[in-house]
Design a protein around this ligand. Structure first.
Ligand code: ADP
Ligand code: ASP
Ligand code: MG
Length: 597
């Protein structure tokens, strides 16, 4: 007999008829000899409706009252679902997050789960009842018993956390699409259903805009090795498996706040090529990386910073023994990018040898902006200058001088309490989870992003730490962090620009705190652009495969789409484009990688 946690989303319980049909499915699962815990979302668009009501009264309602309000949506569905099950003759009981004992931090609107008490659930299950649990909500344990919510889309996280706490055999997420597709089928109808995807790939896709799973639910599945499936509420098709390698056992206390960083990784075989002042127009990145791919040179990190006037900087890293080849390609292309071939002030190539990459990795850093800031802080305290930064949901990597590498490893292992010896970053480790992974598993679009740039940040250790520290204090998550390659002398001091993206809702808060910091530290202007979209490709098979990024850039160039920023991690490439180009870019890229059915 298996213990199964089944979660049904808003559309799946959007009407009385749908609740009745879900109840039938649950009863069938019980008849198949299984014990079932059901997690439900609020009916249809109820949560949006409740948000709308509050907004009619206040533009900025308190987070406590919002949690009080939004948690009511799920309470309606659990009662109706339990009534529907009882009507079918299936014993059932509905329980709120508090009644179950889903204990969270006292952080309204984004609480993390600390622990789930299972005694009461065990008792009901032994009596042969189906338990119907309200998703998305919990209760804080300190002082007052406060109702909290986990953040929009958080019912997935409730379900996987319950599966972990109950040591369930399976967690099924039922939704209004057949499973996880190569991209959002509402935007690209040709999107194809996947049989499986790794947790790491899904983490990236989910946080880059694919809302089919709440990223934190994937983090829990990865940490506790929960078999997780996403499938349709309307059919019996098998859906998509989210797979992971069996993790080390971990305690169930501190469920979502366990250690943020699992490993420190390094790679001392890196060199950097930067092209400064390339024209800001469609097709430049495609040309450069297309040629590099034709030379069969594999690039690791790629970044393109915000443009100054009408030019950009593009930088990338390669392993040292192909530096010559990469530099030759860049040198050969540079003159063609100048307004006058002799004007070497434009499109200048610089290379730097003997670089190293140092990374912190761990699924626990998702949605915890303080972790990257902590890394930058530790490096600055150890007097290590950061050359390039690349972030993914589960990793932050910094390119530094080779000579600094040992010091950086030591300080990061101390700060993040890593006892295991640091791992040499090895592409084969990534391939382990899914040996036959395609270079691109899926593509995602996020139109709720804003691009922020701080001009003329004095180039001294510690300023990046300060910038991201102050954002972390306000709980603002940052992605796609890029430091310009160009150094500009302002009042005799070398300065660089730093750009990154944040969620649009955080943009104004970020502007306010950064403007204050800029005044204090002598940085220049803070620029906020909310008219942007982020298009990303994700796949563990892109590791060590030349030409994947080039194909992405070529697809955008063909559509005459200008790239505002580029950032990569091992298993993803993201481009920031104007919001207007977002959907067009998504479609072009989906097609370029032959992902359609
Ligand atoms: P639920 O209410 O069941 O939790 P959501 O609306 O939160 O459903 O998530 C399902 C939706 O996610 C789908 O309707 C689809 O439009 C969207 N989506 C975005 N990206 C993807 C993807 N790669 N695969 C499947 N669905 C996706
Ligand atoms: N009802 C909540 C929301 O819409 C939680 C969920 O559906 O997962 O965000
Ligand atoms: Mg959802």
């Amino acid at each position: 007999m298996a213990l199964i946690v089944q979660k049904y989303g808003g559309t799946s319980v959007g009407s009385v008829e749908r609740i009745q049909s879900v109840a039938k499915r649950v009863r069938e699962t019980v008849r198949g000899g299984n014990t079932v815990v059901v997690v439900v979302s609020a009916m249809g668009k109820t949560t949006d409706g409740l948000v709308g009501l509050a907004k009619q009264i206040s533009p900025n309602p308190s987070r406590r009252e919002m949690d009080m309000l939004l948690s009511t949506g799920e309470q309606v569905s659990i009662a109706l679902m339990s009534i529907a099950l009882q009507e079918l003759g299936q014993p059932a009981i509905s329980l709120t997050g508090a009644q179950v004992g889903i204990v969270t931090e006292a952080e309204y609107s984004r609480a993390r789960i600390l622990e789930i008490k299972t005694e009461r659930m065990q008792r009901h299950l032994e009596q042969g009842k189906v338990i119907v649990v309200a998703g998305f909500q919990g209760i804080s344990s300190i002082d007052d018993l406060e109702i909290t919510t986990l953040g929009r889309g958080g019912s997935d996280t409730s379900a996987v956390a319950l599966a972990a706490a109950l040591k369930a055999n399976l967690c099924e997420i039922y939704t209004d699409v057949p499973g996880i597709l190569t991209t959002d089928p509402r935007l690209v109808p040709e999107a194809k259903l996947m049989d499986e995807i790794t947790c790491d790939e899904m983490l990236e896709l989910a946080s880059l805009g694919a809302k089919v799973l709440h990223p934190r639910s994937v983090e829990i599945a990865k940490h506790y090795g929960i078999p997780l499936v996403v499938r349709s509420s309307w059919t019996d098709e098998p859906g998509t498996k989210v797979i992971s390698v069996m993790p080390k056992p971990r305690p169930l206390v501190g469920l979502e706040i366990a250690k943020a960083v699992d490993a420190v990784e390094f790679d001392t075989d890196q060199a950097k090529v930067a092209l400064l002042r390339v024209p800001d127009r469609p097709g430049i990145a495609a040309r450069l990386f297309g040629e590099i791919a034709r030379q069969n040179v594999n690039v690791d990190l790629i970044i393109q910073s915000i443009h100054e006037g009408n030019s950009n900087d593009i930088a990338f890293t390669v392993v040292e023994n192909v530096l010559g080849k990469a530099e030759a390609v860049a040198e050969a292309i540079a003159p063609a990018l100048r307004s006058h071939p002799a004007n070497t002030q434009e499109a200048e190539v610089i290379v730097e040898k003997q670089m190293a990459k140092i990374s912190i990795a761990g699924a626990g850093m998702i949605g915890r902006p303080g972790i990257a800031a902590q890394m930058f802080n530790a490096l600055s305290a150890a007097n290590v200058n950061i050359e390039m930064i690349s972030t993914s949901e589960v990793k932050v990597s910094c390119t530094i001088a080779q000579d600094d590498c040992d010091r950086a490893i030591q300080t990061l292992c101390e700060v993040f309490e890593i006892q295991d010896s640091p791992m040499c970053a090895n592409p084969h480790n990534i391939a382990l989870e899914s040996p036959n992974a395609p270079p691109v598993r899926g593509v995602a679009l996020d139109i709720n992003q804003a691009q922020i740039a701080i001009r003329h940040v004095p180039d001294r250790p510690g300023l990046a730490a300060q910038i991201f520290g102050i954002l972390a204090e306000k709980n603002i998550s940052v992605d796609t962090i890029i430091q310009s390659q160009r150094c500009r002398i302002v009042n005799d001091n070398p300065t660089r620009d730093i750009a990154f993206t944040v969620a649009q809702v955080d943009a104004e808060m970020a502007r306010t705190v950064l403007e204050a910091l800029a005044l204090q530290t002598g940085c220049g202007e803070v620029k906020v652009d909310t008219d942007v979209a982020k298009v990303s490709i994700v796949g563990s098979g892109m590791v060590g495969q030349p030409g994947v990024a080039a194909r992405f850039f070529e697809a955008l160039a063909k559509e005459q789409i200008n790239i505002k920023m580029i950032a990569t991690s091992e298993i993803k490439v993201s481009c920031v484009v104007t919001e207007e180009d977002g959907v067009k870019a998504l479609k072009a890229v989906h097609e370029a990688f032959n992902l359609a059915k």
